[in-house]
Design a protein around this ligand. Sequence first.
Ligand code: GDG
Length: 725
Amino acid sequence: MPKTVIVSNRLPIKIKEEHQKLTYQPSEGGLATGLGSIYKEGDNLWVGWPGLAVNKNDQKQEITKKLASENMKPVFLSTSEIEDFYEGFSNETLWPNFHYFNQYVIYDDELWKAYQKVNRKFAKEIENVIEEGDTLWIHDYQLLLVPQMVRESKPRISIGFFLHIPFPSYESFRLLPWRRELLHGMLGSDFLGFHTYDDMRHFLSSVNRLAGLGNANGQVNVDNRKVMVDALPMGIDFDKYAASAASPDTLAREVRYRTSIGDHKLMLSIDRLDYSKGIPQRLKAFESFLTDHPEFREKVSFLMIVVPSRDTVPKYKQLKEEIDLLVGRINGNFGRLNWTPIHYFYRSFPLPALSAFYRMAHVALVTPMRDGMNLVCKEYIASKLDKKGVLILSEMAGASKELSDAIIINPNDLDQMVAAIHEALTMPEKEQVERMEIMQESIKRYSIHQWVRLFMERLKYIKSEQVGLQTRLLDQELTNTLVEKCKSAKSRLIFLDYDGTLVGFNTNPGDSKPDKELRGILKALTSDPKNKVVIISGRGRQTLEDWMVDFPVDIIAEHGVWNRKHNGEWKTLVKLTDSWKADILKLLEGYVNRTPGSFVEKKDYSLVWHYRKVETGLGEARTRELTSHLKYLTSDKDLQVLEGDMVVEIKNSQVNKGKAAEVWVDRNPTELVMAIGDDWTDEDTFRSVPKDAVTIKVGGTSSVAKYSVGSYLDVRRILKELTKK
Ligand code: GDG
C-alpha cells in the first residue's frame, strides 16, 4: 500500500532530558493538528529533527524506537549542524532574506555547505523509507534542496512542497549567491504551494529569470516534467479553538486574570520573538496613542506575550533588549498605582491560557513587518464566541489577503496605527459583530483540514497529468529499434515541423535557412521513393517555398492555411478571409511602438507579434495586455489567438496543423506515419495522425507524442540513420 511521508525540520513532538531521563510531549502546533489525520495512519510517517542534540548511541536508539511507535522517524543533527544549518543558514541567511531584512543577512559559504550537507542527510533518510508509488510532502525553508535531491534517486515519486514563510521578490532573492541552487532544489517538487498569490508570482518570476522557464497558469515545464505552483493559504482548526474558548479551564482562567488585571479594555498581541513581527513599532504606536489620547489612560491595557525564540542569535538578543527598554519606558512614564499600561510576558502559555487571553481581548494587534501567513489572528477570530472584538492586521501578513474585514494597517505608518487603535477601541458593537461574522465564516471554510485536502488533491492532479503526458526519451537503443521499424515499412508519410525541429532557434528568424547538413538530410530522405515528406510549419508559404525549392517535398504552411503538393499550386483547405487583418495590424503596430525589440510578422491569413528580443519580463507583461486586448477585438470574428514561444499569433480558427495533416493522411495511404515537432502547435498534428504512428516531441516539455528527444540535433541524427542504406 503506497504511503505518505511528511518531512519538516522539526518533528511534531517535544523531547526533554530531565535527570538523564527523556520525556516526550506532543506539540500542539497548527501543522501537527492538520497533518495528524495523515501521518498517524497505517504506514505513513513524519520525518524530522527531534529538536535536541543527541550524542549517545543508546539514546538515539531509544528515541528512534519510541518515535517509531508514533509513526515518526528522527533525523539526528550534531551540535555544529544545528548551529550552522539551523541557526546559521536557515535563520540568519534565508529567514532575513525571505522577510526582506537583507541588512541582517549573513553570507557565509561555510553555512551554505552545512545547509547542503543537512539537506542531503534528510534526503538520505527519506530515500531509506520511500518506495515507488509513495507521496512525499516536504515543508518549509530549512529544506529547500530536499525535493531535487530525492528526485534524483527516485525520479517517479510524487513530491509536494509547501513554503510557510513569504517567497521574496526577485530583487531580494537574487541577492543570495546560492539562488540558482535553491531554486533548482525546489523545482524537484511536482507541486509547490505558497500562502499567497504574491509569494507564488514572486517564485514564478525568479524561476523565469534565473532558470529561464516560463509558466502557463502556474505550470512550469522542468526537464520534461510538468510542475504546478499555486497559492494555498493555510488555515486553522476552527472547531478546536472555538471549543477551547468555551472550555471550563479557559473560563476559570478568564475570571482569575480579570480579577488581577482589572476591568478596563484590553489589547492583545502574541508572537515569537522575531524582528519580522514588528514588536518595537507596535509598542511605539501604543505609546503615541496614549500621548495623543489621554482620555484612554487607565481605560485600556496592552497584554503583550512574546514567546522566547532564537535568543542566542545576536540580532534576537538585541531585539529583546530593545523591547525591554520600550516596555520599561512606557510603563514608567504612563503607569499609575492602579493601572499598568503594558502587561508583558516573555514566556509561553498553555492553550487554555491563550484562549482566555483571546476571549478577553477587545482588540488584537497583529502588526508584523512581514509574515508568511500568521495564525494568531485566525485563532483570535475563532475564539470570539460572542463575535465581539476587533482585529488590527498588518497588510504585510499573508492573512490580510483573506481577512479584509479587519482594520488593515501598514506597520511602518505610525500615525495610521494610532488611528487604527482609536478606531478599534471606539468601534460600535454592531459593526464589530458584522465584521467578525464575515471573518469567522472565511476561517471556518478555509480550515486546516481543507488546506491539507486541497494540497493532496492538487499534488495528485498534477501527477496524473504528468503520467498522461509522459513521453519516452529516445536513447540510442530505442532509436535503433524505432529506425529498424521505420525502415521495414514499405511506404512512409513523414511530417516534419521546421523551426526548433529541423533547425535551432535563431534570434533573427530570417537566419534559419537550411544549412549544409540539413540539405543533405532532406536530399537523402526525399530521394527514397518509399518516403513522402511533408514540411508542416507555421511559417509563411513564400519562405518555405524558397527554402524547399531543391527538394521534392509537400508543404503545409501558416499552421495549415496553405498547402502545396510538390510542384503543385498553393491551395487553402477552406475558404478564408483576411478582412480582419488591417484592424489587428494597427493594434500590433501600437505594441511595437511601445516595446523595443518586438516586431510584427505578416502572413496571408495570420499576424504574429514576436518578442524574443524584448527585455525579460516586459515581453510577457505586454503579452498579457495584448491578449486581453485581442480577446475583446476578436470576440465577433472567427479568429484564434495563440501564445507560442515568445510569439503571439492571430489566425483564422478553422485551420490548424492537425486538420491539414488529417487530409494528407487520408489522401496518402501509407504503412507508416511519422510526425516530429517541437512546439504546442505540433500537438494538433500528433493528435490527428493514426494511433500507431511514430510521434516524436523535440525539447523538454510534456506532450501527447509517444517519444521525445532533446533537440533538433537528435532529430537530424535519427533522420540520418533512417536514410542509411
Ligand atoms: C510560520 C510563519 C505562518 C504562540 N505563543 C504560544 C503559542 N503560540 C502559537 C500560536 C500559533 C503559533 O504559535 C504561531 O504561528 P504564526 O503563524 O503566528 O507564526 P510562526 O511560528 O512564525 O510560523 C507564519 C506559519 O508558519 C504557518 O504556515 O503563519 O507566517 O512565520 O498557532 O497560537 N502556543 C502556545 N503557547 C504560547 O505561548 N500553546
